[in-house]
Write a protein that binds this ligand. Structure first.
Ligand code: CA
Length: 351
């Protein structure tokens, strides 16, 4: 699967992407085009992958980069962004909106989390490599050509086929207090039922990490999951994207009110994450979004090979809200079973 990399020292400067964009990113007006990713293979000697991109520019103002489809089995983001790309009116834009609804196009085409071409997880390989495989080349282009043009980056995710989430907008705890304040202010405008300050178990190679380290505002989302979507979740995605464009002054419009007030929460430490200790069949005991106490049983896991055994019971290690849970009925040891979010106390002291 993975292609051997050329030796270090033979490659041109990091900024020289091998990807060509068919539209001018820097001119006023609205253009739909593609990122042309070279992909020579047995089936297509001089072939390429074409990743759709839309740019809308209306004079001076901030640039917001909106991406979806980093994982190919997540749908709210790509659907909302495809709709937005069609709807955006350049006469209402002050600044620039760059939209890439299906960043990992090969994965979107196959409805898989990882790219079927090289087995890579796009959101674990940033800032990518100009001389890497297809996924890595796209990541490299996104970081060096798109993020570097942007003031604000929003990467829309959801749980894919294996997780389900209370629809939420997500940021990380940031060391820079000014960037933390700006990001929190944007987080509050999104209008999802839950807004999360997330502690990642592993943030190496995420788009989030490289954008945050560059000092730009970065937001992500977890808008649902189970490899599908719902009208309610699409509406949350549509509203969130619209409200962020309003918040940053990129479009001349009024924000849309959320159906319920946003509850600001976080995952303070590893006790928020429940990992399966046994393989088996999942019996969920708590609905997504429900309140749990410390010690509340969240899942029973039944042995389908040894039905005479008592099921393993996974209990919440802290009180809070069942923010995410394992989606498939079959679970393996080491799978993420559930995430418990708690109210964000830090928010009380923040403006
Ligand atoms: Ca994801």
């Amino acid at each position: 699967m993975a292609v051997a990399q050329p030796e270090a020292g033979l490659v041109p400067p990091a900024s020289a992407s091998r990807i060509r964009c068919t539209v001018d990113l820097d001119r006023d007006g609205k253009r739909h085009g593609n990122l042309i990713v070279p992909h020579s293979r047995n089936e297509s000697a001089w072939g390429c992958i074409q990743v759709p991109i839309t740019v809308v520019r209306g004079g001076p103002g901030p640039t917001i980069l909106l991406t979806g489809g980093s994982h190919g089995d997540e749908y709210e983001g790509p659907v909302a962004l495809i709709k937005l790309a069609r709807a955006l009116d350049p006469s209402r834009v002050k600044g620039r909106v760059i939209v890439v609804p299906s960043m990992n196009l090969p994965a979107v085409r196959d409805a898989t989390r990882l790219s079927p071409l090289d087995g890579l997880n796009m959101n674990r390989i940033f800032p990518g490599r100009r001389d890497g495989t297809v996924t890595s080349m796209i990541a490299h282009y996104v970081f060096h050509e798109l993020v570097r043009r942007a003031d604000v980056v929003v990467d829309l995710h959801s749980g894919g086929k294996t997780l389900d989430f209370v629809p939420s907008v997500v940021m990380h705890e940031l060391e820079d207090p000014a960037l933390m304040e700006r990001t929190l202010a944007a987080l509050r405008t999104f209008g999802s039922p839950l807004a999360l300050v997330l502690k990642e178990l592993d943030n190496e190679g995420m788009l989030d990490t490289v954008v945050e380290e560059s000092g730009r505002v970065f937001l992500s989302t977890e808008l649902g999951g189970c490899g599908t979507t719902t009208p309610e979740r699409i509406a949350i995605a549509d509203r969130g994207v619209h409200n962020l464009l309003c918040h940053f002054g990129v479009v001349d419009a009024e924000p849309w009110a959320g159906a319920v007030p946003t509850r600001l929460m976080h995952t303070p430490d590893e006790d928020s994450f429940l990992t399966a200790e046994e393989a088996g069949l999942c019996e969920p005991l708590v609905e997504l979004g429900a309140e749990v106490a410390a010690g509340t049983p969240v899942f029973r896991i039944h042995s389908f090979e040894r039905p005479e055994l008592e099921p393993a019971v996974s209990v919440a290690r802290r009180a809070g809200v069942l923010y995410s849970r394992h989606a498939p009925g079959l679970v393996h040891r080491g799978d993420c079973l559930a995430v418990i979010a708690v109210d964000y106390a830090g928010a009380a002291t923040r403006p």
